[in-house]
Design a protein. Structure first.
Length: 686
């Protein structure tokens, strides 16, 4: 748990290291933590308090190594993570044993335990010596690598010469608090007023410590045969490249790192010998400082400032929030355009404007304007915004993206149905905006943002660039076994992304279901002109036509699903088509009629879909391949002939089931809410 942040540093190291910002932020935080943790640990009287602050210090050491930004420093950091895990885990276990068998962790009382707990004492001495960096123990090897990297980093600038000095000071305190752990607890007289009579713990309380201490010795004496293979794998995984050459030899000759180790051990013993005077000085000076008061005050003021900022921007109005967001984007865009080298546009030849494209563009512009102007007429605005979606789908067709066109059309239908159901509960009229200043502001911001997006699009598209699509086009058939590049990307190349997306979709569907379950909202009984709603909720013509169309729509969904790997289609589009087919039945025939005939629980559909999609990836792991690795082959059957069989179809089936389940569940639950609101006399809707 405490190394979770260190793990993130290691994962981000290949992408972020090597920059001044990384070095100053990560390295600076690590150096400060290393020194403060080592100093504070010496003055803690609680056994676990000493170990806790020593852990903080060692985490600072590892952070400082990552902050150096070199591959060798990363090797030293990973090596020390392994070593610190062994000796510090054994020491914490020893602290637990002492607490359990003596009833105290106060080192002012824990004296002379060597006589009562000799086995535990020997284990603690070895582990503490490893923590102090004594030769022939694992901590010594990684500490030597740490000192070497500190010396290397000292050549970076004129101020960096202080790094070896500061890390040596931290190492001195490390030796001092390690020596205090050993001497104050196991030597230094007799125990004082302990709640229990000290004695050795049961055998199996010592076995884990035995194992960890043995690892400390084994790594320190024969590192090439113990830790080297594990370290090589960890380093390669962290650096994401070929690891640098490094040595785990015990002896590297007389050099500066060895001198720093000798100074740390010698001066650390000296610091411990004068510890009583240091304790008195600490209590009179630094010991009186309460960092918690400073921290809490800083935290409180930060929260107050954040509240003021949030209240300044968030007025509880969606329009207000949108103004800030769009206006900030416009300002950022203007700054970006001003810094662009001239000319703004490239020399790439633009496509000729044909009559059909011009008409479609005009229809898009007109429909967009009508949606804004006629937004008070909710149904008309819904129709015009549907036209916008249709023209966008036609644009996808023009630019050879039939999968996107099918998806756009399917999503448009589902969205229109959703908005139609929601119209019951929205106000039938919108208050007229009377503030001319606000109207002018909104028009200016909208115009500037539209112009900015247009200029940005032209600046990009009028320049030559190499799209990543060529890679997918070239590898779609040999790598994924499908000629539909979009589907191959979704279920093969980026299957893990798709799995995450359907999980989010499933959670959204379940969330909507839970939110609307049992809810009743008042719905208007008349339209905006005072006319009562028609009593005929399910016209006979609509019922008849939708029942006839159901098998045809489901057949189309199956067809789109099966051909998706090689032609436009796939699980997502097929799922939307199937969902539309089922939703139309609910709309045309009613909730009760359809529920009686459609016995499938959409919770099971979502769960089964997620299970199938995840199982597809687990099967790949089971046969020795990375998660969600897909495969394909070709079979020859009589009459049918040669056809492709791909494992990705199982994953696509999972996508299909989740899309159907989440979409139908959400829209049907909204339909139930509408039904319950118009029939308040019925307390329970099956």
């Amino acid at each position: 748990m405490v190394k979770a942040g260190i793990f993130l540093l290691a994962r981000f190291f290949p992408a972020l290291s090597g920059t001044p910002e990384w070095t100053w932020l990560v390295g600076g935080a690590g150096l400060i933590t290393l020194i403060i943790g080592a100093y504070t640990a010496l003055f803690k009287h609680d056994l676990k308090g000493l170990l806790a602050y020593s852990t903080i210090s060692h985490l600072g050491l590892i952070t400082l190594l990552f902050g150096f930004g070199t591959h060798m420093a990363a090797v030293a950091a990973i090596f020390h993570i392994i070593n610190h895990a062994t000796f510090k885990a054994s020491l914490f276990m020893v602290a637990g044993i002492i607490d359990h068998e003596t009833g105290s962790r106060d080192m002012r009382k824990l004296n002379g335990l060597l006589k009562y707990m000799p086995h535990t004492a020997v284990l603690a001495m070895i582990a503490a010596a490893a923590m102090a960096g004594v030769p022939l123990l694992n901590g010594f090897l990684s500490k030597e690598m740490f000192f070497e990297q500190a010396i290397t980093a000292s050549h970076a600038s004129t101020l960096a010469w202080a790094i070896p000095l500061l890390v040596t000071i931290a190492a001195i305190f490390s030796v001092a608090y390690s020596l205090r752990f050993i001497h104050d607890v196991f030597f230094n007289g007799e125990p004082i007023d302990l709640p229990k009579t000290p004695h050795e713990p049961p055998r199996f309380m010592k076995v884990p410590v035995d194992l960890l201490v043995f690892i400390c010795l084994a790594v320190g004496i024969v590192p090439m045969f113990t830790v080297a293979p594990i370290l090589a794998v960890a380093v390669a995984g962290t650096l994401q490249t070929t690891p640098p050459e490094y040595s785990l030899a015990i002896w590297h000759g007389f050099n500066l790192p060895l001198l720093m180790s000798a100074l740390a051990i010698g001066l650390g013993v000296a610091v411990y010998l004068v510890r009583e005077r240091l304790f008195v000085w600490h209590e009179r000076t630094l010991g009186r400082l309460d960092a918690r008061a400073v921290y809490n005050a800083l935290l409180l003021n930060t929260l107050r400032f954040a509240v003021r900022v949030s209240r300044g921007f968030d007025k509880g109005s969606l329009q207000h929030a949108a103004v800030w967001l769009i206006a900030t984007s416009v300002i950022a865009g203007v700054i970006g355009f001003m810094s662009m080298p001239a000319p703004l546009f490239g020399e790439r030849e633009m496509l000729a404007v044909d009559a059909v494209s011009f008409i479609a563009a005009m229809a898009l512009i007109i429909a967009s304007i009508l949606t804004v102007v006629l937004h008070k007429q909710r149904l008309v605005a819904l129709i015009t915004i549907g036209v916008v979606g249709l023209v966008i789908a036609l644009g996808f067709v023009k630019f050879s993206a039939p999968d996107l066109a099918l998806t756009q059309l399917s999503v448009e239908v589902v969205t229109i149905v959703l908005l139609l159901l929601a119209l019951y509960f929205l106000p039938q009229s919108t208050p007229r905006e009377t503030c001319k200043v606000r109207l002018t502001r909104d028009v200016v911001i909208a115009a500037l943002s539209g112009i900015g997006v247009t200029l940005l699009t032209l600046a990009v598209l009028t320049r030559e660039f190499t799209p990543i699509s060529h890679f997918f086009i070239e590898n779609s058939v040999p790598g994924g076994g499908g000629t539909n590049v979009v589907n191959v990307i979704l279920v093969d190349c980026r299957g893990f992304d798709t799995l995450g997306e359907i999980v989010v979709l499933a959670l959204a569907g379940l969330g909507i279901y839970a939110m609307l379950e049992g809810m009743k909202l008042p719905a208007p009984t008349k339209d905006v002109y005072g006319r009562v709603w028609d009593e005929d909720h399910h016209p006979a013509i609509m019922q008849t036509l939708t029942r006839l169309l159901l098998p045809l729509m489901l057949l189309v969904a199956v067809y789109i699903f099966l051909r998706g790997h090689n032609l436009p289609g796939g699980g997502f589009i097929a799922g939307l088509i199937a969902a539309i087919a089922l939703i139309v039945q609910y709309l045309a025939n009613g909730i009760d009629w359809t529920s009686e005939r459609l016995k499938v629980d959409m919770h099971w559909s979502i769960g089964l879909g997620l299970l199938i999609a995840t199982a597809t990836g687990l099967v790949a792991i089971g046969i020795g391949y990375p998660f969600l690795t897909s495969t394909f082959t070709y079979l020859n059957w009589p009459l049918v002939g040669k056809f492709e069989v791909a494992s990705a179809i199982a994953f696509d089936l999972g996508v299909f089931l989740v899309v159907v389940g989440a979409t139908v569940m959400s829209l049907v639950q909204l339909g139930r809410l509408s039904y319950a609101s118009h029939h308040p006399e019925q307390q329970e809707i099956k």
